[in-house]
Design a protein around this ligand. Sequence first.
Ligand code: CA
Length: 237
Amino acid sequence: MSKILIIEDEKNLARFVELELQHENYETAVELNGRKGLERALNEDFDAILLDLMLPDLNGLEIARRVRQVKKTPIIIMTARDSVIDRVSGLDHGADDYIVKPFAIEELLARLRAVLRRVKMEEDNNTGALSKQKIVKYDDLTIETANRIVHRGDEAIDLTKREYNLLMTLIENKGNVVTRDQLLNQIWGPNSKIETNVVEVYVRYLRNKIDQPGRPSYIKTVRGTGYMMREEQSEAK
Ligand code: CA
C-alpha cells in the first residue's frame, strides 16, 4: 500500500484529500504546518508527497528543495498560483508535478498514480540503453552514468536530474530531432500537463551549464520542431 504525506494548512482541503486517498486504499499522513511537514517528510518514508506552497513556518518550495537534497520521494505541488514562473520554480526546486487549485480530485488521483508509476518504471529499468554504459562520450563531454557526473574536458558540470535526463535523451537520439512533446513525455512522463515552454526553459538551463562561450551550443534548436545535438566537432571520435 502506498503511503502519502499531505502537507496542507487548509484543514478542510487536507481532510478532504486524505479521505479520498484513503478511499483509494492509500495510507495517509497529514501535516498542517510547513516545518512539521518537512520533519515528517525527512524522517519517514513516503511514496509521494502532496505539498501546498503557502504554509505556516516554512513554505512549500523550501520543503521541496530540502527533501530533494536527500530523498527522491515524488512531490506534487498543490498551488493556487498559476504562472509559468511559479511552475518552473516549483519543478526546479525538485517537485515532480503540480496541480492548480481548485482541482478535481480525479485529476489529483491521476497525477498521483502517474508519479507512482513513473517511479516504479524508473526503478524497474533505469531508463534507456545508454545508462547501461558506464561512460558515455559526446564530443568533449564525458558522462559517468552511475553517478550522473558530467565533465566537459576536465571541468565537472553539476546538472540537476532533469537537466541530466534532458541531455541523455538528446544524446541517445543524436542525429535526430527530438520534439518538445517527446522530451516532455520522456522527462516529465506521459500524463504530465506541463507546457512545452517549460522544455525551452530547461534547454536554456542546460545550455548555460554545458556550453562554452564563443562556441556553438551543443544543442541545436530546430525551429518549430524541437532540439537535437549538433554534430560532434572534436576528431577524438
Ligand atoms: Ca496554504
